[in-house]
Design a protein around this ligand. Structure first.
Ligand SMILES: Nc1nc2c(c(=O)[nH]1)N[C@H]1C(S)=C(S)[C@@H](COP(=O)(O)O)O[C@H]1N2
Ligand SMILES: [Mo]
Length: 573
């Protein structure tokens, strides 16, 4: 079959024919000029180059994925997603074995191994692409689909992550096809029987008599230059991606590797009927990927869990330093807590409910023994952001947590990995410090949190509020019984009742679903008979102390919006 390649050897390109080119090839890979007994050697040599092309194309695909992730968010990294899926799929025993074998280098070894596998698949794709056009591209596409499914099964993954994975795979397949076409031009001996022959044949029939070796040598130089340029660009891109994202991907891997201990006190079971299940309502427990994100961080801080320490400083009898291993060794508890942003407008969605795993802050503070006179804990994050929380709130019996887990997994990077504060009953800006590094005991008279000098109150208890989620405002509905549904919250006090009123008429009690705890939101629903027409519907909650939600409309600054969520409903005839 090697002999038949002579036909392929005659293919030339108008733009590449140059009589000043030497007739003999000068490459040193064992390939010789066509027509000699070295055809098999040439085939082998070109196969090596095909493999190299594949590895470069696969590497470029990874780099493009990482660069796109660097542009948007480290959690979009396909490499990290695939690695996480692999780690999840590996039995715990093997994971422990790998960690004990590689020690602290386990993450680097793991990522290095993944890159080797990707390069090997790329090489295989290169060889296949050389034999049959699109075959290698198909391999990369399949590999990309495997990566995509890994991406889609990761809890943190959004549609944007799928776009990144697809773009990476597509660019890899395209680059592979392009490199292999260049290879065929330089290695005509290797091109026989491939679809690529068709692309080249007849490009310029008039030059068909030019000695094959000349065109091949020129083509080969072009190929080598193109391959070297691609490899160089990939390497530069890889360095840029690595520098750009800093340690983020390593931290993502470290996060994936982190095994959270079980809680000594699990979250109370969600009562039957807590989720009313109306179409269009949000889930009672917010998935991590849908959880609102608010912070001042332009680039998500990436803290290495291995070197993370929390310092308890200031007005304490005993300063404390706690690393993550220390923290994970404490008796952790798990609780559902609904946190909210002070910037949440009435009816807004800057609120979410998650199951948090952590150690009660009061137990840490008890070890530090705050001095008398201290009335504030100024918590600080790695990027310098601060929140001032009343000391009493962190030492009473509520479940204020040094949280490490969110809905059964380590905190997502965007939500404060490795450790954040979660304090039931307070807006996030005075309590929910992410990427936590310091708790400083101080006094409200001496210190302020980040937002206080910027027009926000120094105290931020969450205001009792409620929201109508179904039907959406402005929605047309059929006449008859219209089902309304939504949420209400009065963190740490609990919701006592929820009522609706139509066109400012009398308040009607909604059916309040059982809450998970006083620290979470509650769902509610109510069917109201409505004749055709246009209506204004309002909701209000009353807490378990009998305090109704404030009716006065006030803006979010300085300490949280008030007023009733009000929607329009158009009832069709
Ligand atoms: N380090 C840091 N932590 C922070 C913030 C911030 O800007 N930086 N914002 C706070 C605010 S205003 C809110 S509402 C909550 C939001 O937490 P989430 O993004 O996990 O929903 O985080 C709090 N923790
Ligand atoms: Mo906030």
């Amino acid at each position: 079959m090697a002999k038949s390649r002579a036909a392929g050897a005659r293919r030339t390109y108008a733009g590449e024919v140059n009589s000043s080119q030497p007739l003999q090839e000068t490459a040193d890979d064992g390939a010789t000029s066509p027509g000699r007994s070295g055809t098999d050697g040439a085939a082998r040599g070109s196969r090596r180059w095909a493999a190299a092309s594949g590895a470069v194309a696969a590497g470029a695909a990874v780099v493009i994925g990482e660069l796109l992730a660097g542009l948007f968010s480290p959690s979009l990294s396909p490499l990290t997603a695939v690695g996480g899926a692999v780690i999840d799929a590996v039995p715990p025993g093997v994971k422990d074995w790998a960690i004990s074998l590689f020690g602290t280098a386990d993450k680097a070894v793991f990522v290095g191994g993944m890159l080797l596998v990707i390069a090997a698949v790329g090489a295989l794709a290169g060889i296949l692409e050389q034999r049959r056009r699109f075959a290698g591209g198909a391999v990369i596409a399949v590999f990309g689909l495997v990566g995509l499914s890994a991406v889609l099964t990761r809890a943190q993954m959004t549609p944007a992550a799928a776009v990144v994975a697809l773009a990476a795979a597509l660019s890899g397949a395209l680059q592979l096809g392009w490199l292999i076409r260049r290879l065929h031009e330089g290695h005509p001996a290797g091109a026989a029987g491939t679809g690529a022959a068709g692309t080249a044949a007849g490009t310029n029939a008039a030059t068909a008599q030019v000695p094959a070796g000349t065109a091949a040598a020129a083509g080969r130089r072009t190929f080598l230059q193109v391959l070297a340029a691609s490899a160089g660009a990939t390497a530069v891109g890889g360095v840029v991606a690595a520098v750009w994202r800093g340690a983020a991907s390593g931290i993502s891997t470290a996060r994936e590797m982190l095994q959270l201990p079980a809680a000594v006190s699990g979250a109370p079971a969600i009562p039957a009927g807590a989720e009313v299940g109306l179409d269009g309502m949000q889930p009672l427990v917010t998935p991590n990927r849908d959880f609102y994100r608010i912070d001042t961080a332009l680039i998500v801080p990436s803290l290495d869990p291995e070197s993370w320490v929390l310092r308890v400083t200031g007005m304490v009898e005993q300063e404390i330093e706690l690393n993550l291993a220390d923290l994970l060794a404490k008796p952790l508890i798990e609780r559902h807590v609904t946190i909210a942003c002070v910037s949440n407008e009435v009816g807004g969605d800057l609120i979410g409910n998650a199951r948090w795993l952590g150690w009660p802050v009061r137990e840490l503070l008890a070890l530090a023994r705050p001095q008398s006179g201290a009335d504030m804990v100024l918590s600080r994050s790695s990027d310098g952001w601060t929140a001032g929380t009343p000391l009493e709130v962190l030492t009473d019996q509520r479940d204020a947590l040094l949280a490490v887990g969110m809905n059964g997994e380590p905190l997502p990077l965007e939500h404060g990995f490795p450790v954040r504060l979660i304090v039931p009953g307070l807006y996030g800006y005075v309590s929910a410090t992410k990427w936590l590094t310091e708790l400083r005991l101080t006094r409200f008279a001496d210190d302020v949190g980040y937002w206080t000098p910027r027009g926000w109150s120094d105290r931020g208890p969450i205001k009792t509020s409620s929201r109508i989620d179904v039907p959406r405002t402005g929605r047309r509905v059929g006449a008859g019984t219209v089902m309304f549904g939504g949420v209400a919250w009065a963190q740490h006090t609990g919701v006592g009742k929820v009522e609706l009123r139509v066109n400012r008429g009398p308040w009607q009690a909604a059916r309040l679903a059982p809450g998970i705890s006083l620290d979470t939101w509650y769902q509610w629903q109510l069917g109201i008979d409505l004749a055709p027409g246009q209506y204004e519907v309002q909701v209000r909650a009353t807490d378990l102390n009998g305090e109704p939600q404030v009716e006065d409309r006030r803006p979010v600054a300085p300490d949280g919006a008030t007023g009733f969520h009000t929607i329009r409903v158009d009832v069709n005839p």
